[in-house]
Design a protein around this ligand. Sequence first.
Ligand SMILES: [Zn+2]
Length: 162
Amino acid sequence: MTTLSKEKQAQLAWLAITARDNAYAPYSHHPVGVALLAGSGAVYTGANCEFANFDCTCAENTAIAAMAAAGERYIDTIVIVGPATGGVCMPCGRCRQRIQEFADSKTRIHCLKPDGQKGRVFTIAQLLPHAFGPQDMAVLGLGPLARQVKPKKTATKAKRRT
Ligand SMILES: [Zn+2]
């Protein structure tokens, strides 16, 4: 895990706070904002969006979807900021899985306090240990890593007795 400059951290925190302030969370009153630094250096933001049928799209998910829609497939850093009256905002279980899809051991996950100042930085292995992910599908010959992994031999022929 490399370290971001103070200026870049401040920029990402400000973008996450701005996204949080635009969140649509009229049911939970739990607005969350995300700024995602992708592999190219581009930044994508996201905010949670809730619906009257109690469906919800998390801020992490909207940022990851925007990144994927732009053709990017790697999260360098993701910064998460929650409600102004809350503490450090952690990603939910589903979002940990979503982050894991585009993360590696160098990906930084910044879970910040509402003002974007102090918080904690995690790796995906810390937030989702022993995860199921693309590598598990690759052994079946499926998914984006399939070409990088040789499939396991599934059956061996029984030896003939003569
Ligand atoms: Zn979530």
